[in-house]
Structures are given as structure tokens and as C-alpha cells.
Design a protein around this ligand. Structure first.
Ligand code: 3SK
Length: 517
């Protein structure tokens, strides 16, 4: 493998690499198509648009947009111009975005028509001065003060790429923690290059003639590699989907565009297999699939392969490492495990004293590899806790067997991973206890009979309140109204008291033990 060039603007690198295939389709979304030639033109034009708006090199912009062909234009166009895109989850609340605006001091927001109201609320709640709000996807009847992406693009000149270093800050993503606010994970240009060279090309075996489709959206580190870095680094075609990844929405793209590579998360694979509309093997053209976000249960993998005749390569990555660093690999799939370290990454499992644990024992997962984030923005304490010289502590517990296969053993903290997205128990508990009927609450993840993790709450009701009359549904609706809806507890148990330490801290591990009995 070649070394990563020291001078690297990753957007220019992709544009130059794909120059020979200017007429080939790079992206297909729900309404439009874009060739590699058009992508190159729009990326350099977007850099001109940013310059026209007065956004300068190293300033940040917030990218809160649904997956359409405009998403890669904004992301790569910012990199091309040396501006730093902060790509964020489209499912969050105005409060979440207000925090991210203040924390990142984003100068402009690029968004989708359906997200505009929430974004405007966020701007009014934040003390950060956002200079421009721009709406993509042809939002034509826009409120005063809001710009249309297309009109700005029409007026912008093409700009040449700025000469960035491989180690220069390229973009940020946000990662949630068990307490406190989300952390701004800062990545450089080189990190994108490394994930494609170490995982996209060798593990997935991506080639120019592949058509890829990721149910995980581009704003996730997983989706960014799946739907941008990897396919564009080989000149493949990408199918994008704006809507939520329901089984039917996925089936529509699998049968219409016939992708050869599909990326999902275990909960989605489970609901696809349970659906009466599951397409036949002959209706799709899948060569290989990938899974991440949470451990893929063995039975799901077996059933999927029996039906479609192709393997799901289950792996684990992180926002901090940018993509997958342990994975099952073609010709060596062991369902029920996460597989082996991706060549180029080193893995260690360590005990509480930092010493390596023997095969068969559970340890904390540490990773060493070239795609690691530079830091958490403005958070030296968390950076120091997680990024330890060459090594990064993932916060997951793993066990490695004598043959070198790694199996997930849970989170090191109380964080819950539901359908590939972290849910902080504290955040959900804080909302529950705001409800007039609730005295105390504790939230944990519980594995269902399919092996998938679901959020579960234990609630102590206030005196005089009883656990009947639809209170469970009412509390679920309340959480959904206050937080991103994926965070609501799927089950609520009403109890008389919660297990606590002598100092009054909730012992969530005791609730987890109770579930296992
Ligand atoms: O959740 C994962 O395993 C993952 C995979 C790739 C990139 C990012 C993440 C969080």
C-alpha cells in the first residue's frame, strides 16, 4: 500500500482520481442523478459559494441535511475550500443544534426544507451568530433571510482547491457520551484516505463497477465511509435515500437500483428478515453486505445468508476512529463474533490496571491506527481520557478467543447503543423525571429475543399516581416529544424503588443483572 501523501486535500484527491470517469454516475438520489464530472464542478462551485458568503478557511459550517446529492457537494466543497463542515444527525432537537452551533461557532448552516423550522428555532436559542442559513434540495418558497442553495450556486464561480496538509483539520462529527454534552470529534484529511485504504478497498473489496447503498446516513461516521469515502475512492456509484430506512424503503432501492453492496445495522437486518415484503434472492444483486453499530446476532447473519446467498461482514468502528477497525472478512466470516482486527489497526484488550488480558478474558478495547481523531474540540479532559498517545480507548468491552476472533461483551460505561446510535441513559432519565407523574427513573439497554438492544426504563411513580390507564404510552410519548424520537424507552417497568449506592447513585448494572436472571 502507498503511504498517505503529506500534502492532501481529500476533495481534490477524489476529483483528480475520478477525472477519467466524468460521464459515469457518481450519485443517484430520490429525484436526481449526478455524474463524476458534475460532482467535480459542483464541489469547486460550492467552494466559490462559501467564498461569496464570506466564509473563510478553517471556519466551520453546520451540515444538517438529508441524504441527497447536495450532501456530498457541501461536504467535499467545504474540504475543497479549506472550510470545515460539521456534519450532524438530522434527527436531533432544536436544543441539540443550539448547543452544536455554540460549541462549533458555525458561521453558516446548510439544511433541508423539512429541517428548516428546527434549525431556525436552534438559531434563535443560540448565542452564536449564524451569518447564513441555506436551504438545499430546491426549497423555493423560503422565508425572508433564508438563502436558496441553488440560487447561490448559480451565482458562484468555481474555485481551485486550497493546498491543505494531510494532517490539517478537515471536518467534525459529534459523538454522544453517557453524561454531558456531545463531543466534537475532529478529523483531518488523511483519516478519510486511511479508512478507504484499510477497510473500503481491502475488506469490502470495493471496485469501480460496484453500486453501493447505505441505510446508515452520511452524517454518521459509518455512513460517511459507506456512501462517500469508499465508493468515491474507487469510482463506484452510490444510491442515496432521503427517507427513514424502513424495510420497505430499503427493499425499493435494493430491487430498483440493484446495489451490489449494502450497509445496514442489526435492527434493520432483523426487520428486513421479518418483513412479508422481503425480496427474493433473484430480485436483488447483492455481492456483500456490512453491519456495524451493535453486535450482529449469529442467527440473523445465518438467516440472511441462507436467504440472499451473500455474507454480512459484521464489524465495529467508532466516530473517533472514523470507521471499522475489527471486522469479519470475506472467506472468514464467523457469525456471532466481530471478526479480527482490520490489517493496519492494532487491538489490545486491557484489564483495569492497563495490562493485556489473556485469550478468553474480558478486557477494555484499545485501538491503534492511522485514522484516529485528533481531539475532542474544546474538551481537553475527555481527549486525555480517550486518546492516549497512539492508542484510543473505545469504551467497549471485548473478549478475544484463542483463534483471534473478537466478541462484543458490552459497553464499559452505561451508554446504550440502539440501532447503531448511542443513547445516554441520563438524558432519557432527566426527561422522564420532568413528567409530573414520575419521581425517579433509571434507563438501561435490554437485549431482546432476537439479540438486539432496546431501551428500557424503570420508573418510580409519585405518590397517588398508579401504573395503569395508559401511563406507559403517555411517558413514551413525552420522551419522544422532548428528545430525538429514537431515544424513547420501548418498555417501562414500574417499581417501588431503584437500586442505589450509599451515596445515592443509581446502580444501573443491578437493573441489568435483574434482567439477566
Ligand atoms: O458503530 C460502529 O460500529 C461504527 C462503525 C463505523 C463507523 C462509526 C461507527 C460508530
Amino acid at each position: 500500500m502507498q503511504a498517505c501523501p503529506a500534502e492532501l486535500n481529500y476533495a481534490r484527491y477524489l476529483t483528480e482520481l475520478n477525472q477519467p470517469r466524468a460521464d459515469k454516475t457518481a450519485y443517484i438520489d430520490d429525484n436526481r442523478r449526478m455524474t463524476y464530472g458534475e460532482l467535480a464542478t459542483r464541489v469547486s462551485t460550492f467552494a466559490g459559494l462559501l467564498k461569496n458568503l464570506g466564509i473563510r478557511r478553517e471556519e466551520r459550517i453546520l451540515l444538517v441535511m438529508h441524504d441527497t446529492i447536495d450532501w456530498p457537494v457541501v461536504f467535499l466543497g467545504a474540504l475543497h475550500g479549506g472550510v470545515v463542515p460539521v456534519a450532524v444527525n438530522t434527527l436531533l432537537t432544536a436544543e441539540d443544534y443550539a448547543y452544536m452551533l455554540e460549541h462549533s461557532r458555525a458561521q453558516a448552516i446548510f439544511t433541508s426544507p423539512a429541517l428548516l423550522d428546527t434549525v431556525q428555532q436552534a438559531v434563535s436559542q443560540s448565542s452564536n451568530e449564524v451569518r447564513h442559513i441555506v436551504v438545499a434540495e430546491g426549497g423555493n418558497t423560503l422565508p425572508a433571510g433564508i438563502d436558496s442553495f441553488e440560487s447561490l450556486m448559480d451565482r458562484a464561480p468555481q474555485e481551485s482547491a486550497v493546498n491543505t496538509k494531510a494532517d490539517e483539520i478537515a471536518f467534525w462529527l459529534y459523538s454522544s457520551g453517557s453524561t454531558g454534552q456531545p463531543k466534537g470529534v475532529v478529523h483531518c484529511h488523511a483519516n478519510l484516505w486511511h479508512t478507504a485504504e484499510l477497510y473500503g478497498k481491502p475488506v469490502l473489496g470495493l471496485k469501480e463497477d460496484d453500486v453501493v447503498f447505505s441505510a446508515a446516513k452520511l452524517f454518521f461516521a459509518y455512513g460517511l465511509g459507506n456512501g462517500l469515502t469508499f465508493p468515491l475512492s474507487v469510482g463506484a456509484t452510490v444510491v442515496l435515500m432521503g427517507e427513514r430506512p424502513t424495510p420497505d424503503a430499503v427493499f425499493k432501492r435494493l430491487t430498483q437500483h440493484k446495489p451490489t453492496v449494502f450497509y445496514g445495522v442489526p435492527t434493520l437486518y432483523a426487520s428486513m428478515l421479518a418483513s412479508p415484503n422481503l425480496p427474493a434472492r433473484t430480485d436483488v444483486k447483492l455481492r456483500v453486505c456490512a453491519s456495524a453499530g451493535e453486535a450482529l446476532p449469529k442467527d440473523l447473519g445465518d438467516r440472511f445468508t441462507r436467504h440472499f446467498g451473500c455474507y454480512i461482514l459484521d464489524g465495529i468502528g467508532s466516530t473517533e476512529m472514523l470507521h471499522i477497525f475489527i471486522s469479519n472478512q470475506a472467506g472468514d466470516v464467523r457469525y456471532g463474533t466481530t471478526g479480527k482486527p482490520v490489517p493496519g489497526y492494532e487491538i489490545e484488550l486491557r484489564d483495569d490496571h492497563g495490562k493485556p488480558v489473556p485469550a478468553g478474558s474480558i478486557g477494555d478495547l484499545y485501538i491503534k491506527g492511522p485514522s484516529a481523531a485528533i481531539m475532542y474540540w474544546n474538551n481537553r479532559a475527555k481527549t486525555r481520557e480517550t486518546m492516549l498517545g497512539d492508542w484510543l480507548k473505545s469504551g467497549d468491552k471485548y473478549v478475544c478467543d484463542a483463534e483471534g476472533y473478537y466478541t462484543y461483551a458490552g459497553r464499559s460505561d452505561d451508554m446504550i447503543k440502539v440501532s447503531g446510535q448511542y443513547v445516554s441513559p441520563v438524558e432519557v432519565e432527566n426527561v422522564l423525571i420532568e413528567h409530573e407523574s414520575v419521581l425517579e427513573a433509571a434507563v438501561i439497554g435490554v437485549t431482546d429475543d432476537q439479540g438486539l438492544v432496546k431501551t428500557t426504563a424503570y420508573v418510580v411513580l409519585r405518590e397517588g399516581k398508579t401504573a395503569d390507564g395508559g401511563i406507559e404510552t403517555e411517558l413514551q410519548a413525552y420522551v419522544k416529544s422532548q428528545l430525538a424520537p429514537f431515544k424513547y424507552p420501548r418498555t417501562i417497568h414500574f417499581v417501588n424503588e431503584l437500586p442505589k449506592t450509599a451515596t445515592g447513585k443509581i446502580q444501573r448494572f443491578r437493573l441489568r443483572q435483574r434482567q439477566e436472571q
